[in-house]
Design a protein around this ligand. Structure first.
Ligand code: HNI
Length: 141
C-alpha cells in the first residue's frame, strides 16, 4: 500500500508531467514496442513507428489517464472502470502487458526526471503503476 506521503509524491510527479504527456507517453510506448515486440500486435491497425502521429497521440492519452488516476489513488477502481472494460472486453489485452508498460514507463520517467527520480520516487511509482495495472486487469474474470 502507498503511504500518504507516497500518494502526494505520485500526484506531484504526474502533475509536473502533464504538460509533457505526449513525450513521456510516446517514449514509454516506443520502449515497450522495441523491447517487447509482441505488444505491437494490438496496434497492427495503426502506424506506431518512431515519430509517428499515433505514437504521440496514444502516448498522451495513456499519460493523461495515469495522471487522472493519480489525483485520487483511493478511487482508482472508480476512475478506471471504463478503461477496465475497454482493455478486458473490447481490446482483450493480455494483462501481462500492463507490467511491461509499467516497467517501460519507469524507465521513461527515470530518463526524464533524472536526479528527481529518487529511490523513494522510484519505489512509490513502482507500487502505483503495479496497482494501476492490477486494477486494469481486475475485470478479466
Ligand atoms: Ni491502453 C486504448 C490507457 C495499457 C493497448 N489505452 C487506450 C486508451 C487509453 C488507454 C486512455 C484510449 C481510450 C479511448 O480512446 O477511449 N492503456 C491505458 C493505460 C494503460 C494501458 C493507462 C496502462 C497503464 N493499453 C495498455 C497496454 C496495451 C494497450 C499494455 C497493449 C499492449 N490501449 C491499447 C490499444 C488501444 C488502447 C490497442 C486502442 C488504440 C486505438 O486507438 O485503436
Amino acid at each position: 500500500m502507498l503511504s500518504k506521503k507516497e500518494k502526494k509524491l505520485i500526484r506531484e510527479i504526474w502533475e509536473r508531467l502533464t504538460p509533457v504527456a505526449e513525450n513521456i507517453g510516446a517514449d514509454a510506448l516506443l520502449r515497450m514496442f522495441v523491447s517487447y515486440p509482441g505488444t505491437k500486435t494490438y496496434f497492427s491497425h495503426l502506424d506506431i513507428g518512431p515519430g509517428s502521429a499515433h505514437l504521440s497521440s496514444h502516448g498522451k492519452k495513456i499519460v493523461l489517464a495515469i495522471a487522472e488516476g493519480a489525483k485520487d489513488i483511493s478511487q482508482l477502481t472508480v476512475t478506471l472502470a471504463p478503461l477496465q472494460t475497454l482493455h478486458a472486453y473490447q481490446l482483450r489485452i493480455d494483462p501481462t502487458n500492463f507490467k511491461l508498460l509499467a516497467h517501460c514507463m519507469l524507465v521513461s520517467l527515470a530518463c526524464y526526471l533524472g536526479e528527481g527520480f529518487t529511490p523513494e520516487a522510484h519505489a512509490a511509482m513502482d507500487k502505483f503503476l503495479s496497482a494501476f495495472g492490477a486494477v486494469l486487469a481486475e475485470k478479466y474474470r
